[in-house]
Design a protein around this ligand. Structure first.
Ligand code: HEC
Length: 263
């Protein structure tokens, strides 16, 4: 019986070592293939104790609506969701009313629009993908509601793209007009014109409206929309860690007890 247990333990340890090595190899490969390594920023929301700076999220929403929403949708987002960034329903209602929502056809068969309300989804800029493609050099501006969750490097990558527009190097030729050189975009040719301009948005809290500040705020907003439950998850994560540590200690003690009579 003891023999079998011992063999199984060795097998389990062996398997763990193999899994660990595979993981390390995979990580090394990812690092090696990441030719566009981009600057890393100390985001308040990264790390296990991270949390969002809600005033930055709010400013980022303004930037998104002013400078991104004409091309990128956030189709999973309702106005009411903005409450979680610290706005009251009244404030949101005022903001929503300034937007128009397509609401069926009128008696003449023309598109009918009405002011948005808090329960509406934030309107998408294009009727469908084909329209989006036709005005963007054949590329579709992605939906940004969950985008920050799907890209490697997340916030740092978005920041890099937003700040990565430079003059193309002398030996680099863009394939066609309407493409822009971007240091960090894979292939360096992006069909998105530089979306941020200095002073392109008005902040009500007196924060500077430099391109870097707007990039930081909109990136914070996009991370926030992509990870709506981050704060709760961090709390659950910490609880889980404590639990695992407790079980590990318990297992160790039990193992010592069980094996104590084996010389
Ligand atoms: C004029 C339209 C337009 C505006 C405005 C715009 N984008 Fe884009 N964006 C695009 C298009 C088109 C692409 C796809 C580019 C490509 O694949 O070459 C894109 C791609 C992106 C990407 C993805 C890069 C990748 O790896 O695929 C990010 C991130 C992005 N935009 C963020 C933003 C943010 C944030 C804003 C506002 C500050 C913004 N965009 C404003 C049209 C726009």
């Amino acid at each position: 019986m003891m023999e079998i247990t011992r063999k199984l333990t060795f097998k389990a340890i062996g398997l763990l070592i193999v899994m660990f090595s595979l993981n390390v190899a995979g990580y090394a490969e990812r690092v090696a293939t990441d030719k566009n390594s981009y600057p890393k920023y100390p985001w308040s929301f990264s790390g296990i104790f991270g949390s969002y700076d809600l005033s930055s999220v709010q400013r980022g929403y303004l930037v998104y609506r002013k400078s991104c929403a004409s091309c990128h949708s956030t189709e999973y987002m309702r106005y009411a969701d903005l409450q979680q960034m610290g706005l009251t329903l009244d404030q949101i209602d005022k903001m929503a009313k300034t937007d128009q929502i397509l609401d069926g056809k009128d008696a003449q068969g023309k598109d009918h629009y009405r002011p948005a309300t808090v329960v509406d989804y934030i309107p998408s800029p294009y009727a469908n993908k084909l329209v989006a493609q036709s005005v963007n050099m054949g590329k579709v501006p992605l939906d940004l509601s969950r985008y920050a969750m799907t890209v490697d490097g997340q916030a740092d990558y978005i920041m890099a793209i937003l700040l990565g527009y430079t003059k193309s190097p002398v030996d680099f030729k863009l394939d066609q007009d309407g493409l822009y050189y971007n240091r960090y975009f894979p292939g360096h040719q992006i069909a998105m014109r530089p979306p941020l301009v200095k002073g392109g948005v008005q902040y009500t809290d007196g924060t500077n409206t430099t391109i870097e500040q707007q990039a930081k705020d909109v990136t914070t907003f996009l991370s926030w929309t992509a990870h709506p439950h981050l704060i709760e998850r961090h709390r659950i994560g910490i609880m889980a860690l404590i639990y695992v540590a407790f079980i590990a200690v318990l297992t160790f003690i039990i193992k010592r007890k069980v094996w104590s009579n084996v010389k």
